[in-house]
Design a protein around this ligand. Structure first.
Ligand SMILES: C[S@@+](CC[C@H](N)C(=O)[O-])C[C@H]1O[C@@H](n2cnc3c(N)ncnc32)[C@H](O)[C@@H]1O
Length: 299
C-alpha cells in the first residue's frame, strides 16, 4: 500500500472524523485505501465503511473486510450509490481529492510530463474526454481560459495561441509533443510550469470542479446531524469551494436565510483556519506540501 500512495495527514483526517465504534462512514476517494484502512482500524465490528473510487486500478486495492464495501463510481453520485447499498445517512465523509501517486507515476495514464505517453488523463476509462481531445477540439479562447483558471498559467494566452498554431500542422497527442510546445513558451522553472499546464488539463478532463460541487451537496444531504465532513484539497480553487460550502452551504459562499430572515448555516466549523501538513510530514512526503484540510460538522 505504501508503495502505491502514502496517505496525507492521516492522523488529522481520522481525528477529524470523530469516529464512533458503530458508525457508518464514506471514503469518497479510496485510492490505495490508506485512509480507509485506518478508519476500519478505528471503528468496531458493527461499524461500516463505503469506499468510492472511479478508477479501475483502485478497485484492485479493495479491502477484504466484512465491514467494507467498495463502490466503483464517481463520487458526484455519492448519495445515489449509497442508496443502492440501502444507506440513507452516514456519520462521516472523507474526501482526499485529486489523483494518487500511483496514477501520476503510471506512464500509460498520461498524467505526468515525465513519461512519453498518450495524453489521456482520465481517472475513469469509461469517460470519453481525454486531454488529447481537449487540445484538438477546444477553441483557442477555451484553452486559454482553462490554463489560466485551473493552472494559473501566467502566459495562458501565448500558450493557447501556440497550441492552436501547432495543431494546424499535427494533432498534439502525446505528452512529449506537448512538452516540446511548453518548452518554447514556458515561464519560470520547467517543473512548475509543466505541472501547472498538466494540472489544468487533468482538472478539465475529469471535470474536477463540477464533481466536487456535486459531491459536497450530496454529502451534506446524507450526513446525519453531528456527522463530520473532512475534505483535503490540493488546489486553491477546490479549497475555496470547500471553504465557502462549509461556511454557508453554498459553493459560492452565498449565505442562505430561512423564512424569518435568520441565517441558515448547515455546518459548525471544526477548524476555523485551514490545517496544513507538518514540516516533518512534508519532508517525508512532498505530496503533502500543497494539501489543505478542512473539517465541518453538520448541524
Ligand atoms: C489522492 S487519491 C486518494 C488516496 C487515498 N486517500 C489513500 O489513502 O490511498 C484520490 C483518489 O480518488 C479518486 N477520485 C478522484 N476523483 C474522483 C471522483 N470524482 N470520483 C471517484 N473517485 C475519484 C482517484 O481515482 C484516486 O484514486
Amino acid at each position: 500500500m505504501s508503495e502505491y500512495h502514502v496517505p496525507v495527514m492521516l492522523e488529522e483526517c481520522i481525528a477529524g472524523l470523530n469516529l464512533k465504534s458503530d458508525g457508518s462512514y464514506v471514503d469518497v476517494t479510496f485510492g490505495a485505501g490508506g485512509h480507509s484502512q485506518s478508519i476500519l482500524n478505528n471503528i468496531g465490528v458493527n461499524g461500516h465503511l463505503y469506499g468510492f473510487d472511479q478508477d479501475d486500478d483502485a478497485e484492485a486495492n479493495r479491502i477484504d473486510d466484512p465491514r467494507f464495501v467498495f463502490i466503483k463510481a464517481n463520487f458526484r453520485y455519492v448519495k445515489k450509490f449509497l442508496r443502492v447499498e440501502g444507506v440513507r445517512k452516514v456519520d462521516g465523509i472523507l474526501a482526499d481529492l485529486g489523483v494518487s501517486s500511483y496514477q501520476l507515476d503510471f506512464p500509460e495514464r498520461g498524467f505526468s510530463y515525465r513519461f512519453d505517453a498518450e495524453l489521456d488523463m482520465r481517472m475513469n476509462h469509461g469517460d470519453e474526454l481525454t486531454a488529447a481531445i481537449i487540445l484538438k477540439e477546444y477553441s483557442k479562447d477555451d484553452l486559454q481560459m482553462l490554463f489560466s483558471r485551473f493552472g494559473e498559467v501566467r502566459n495562458a494566452r501565448t500558450l493557447a495561441r501556440l497550441i492552436d498554431q501547432e495543431r494546424e500542422v499535427a494533432d498534439v497527442k502525446t505528452t512529449f509533443q506537448l512538452n516540446e510546445i511548453l518548452e518554447r513558451v514556458r515561464f519560470g522553472p520547467r517543473a512548475k510550469y509543466f505541472a501547472q499546464v498538466y494540472q489544468a488539463l487533468r482538472m478539465e478532463v475529469n471535470q474536477e470542479v463540477q464533481v466536487l460541487e456535486e459531491m459536497l451537496q450530496g454529502g451534506l444531504d446524507v450526513l446525519k446531524p453531528g456527522g463530520r465532513f473532512v475534505v483535503m484539497s490540493y488546489h486553491s480553487i477546490e479549497d475555496r469551494i470547500v471553504k465557502n460550502f462549509f461556511k454557508t452551504g453554498d459553493v459560492n459562499g452565498v449565505l442562505k436565510k430561512d423564512d424569518f430572515g435568520v441565517i441558515d448555516r448547515p455546518f459548525k466549523l471544526i477548524n476555523k483556519k485551514v490545517i496544513l501538513a507538518s514540516v516533518d510530514e512534508v519532508r517525508r512526503n512532498s505530496r503533502a506540501k500543497s494539501a489543505k484540510l478542512r473539517i465541518a460538522e453538520k448541524i
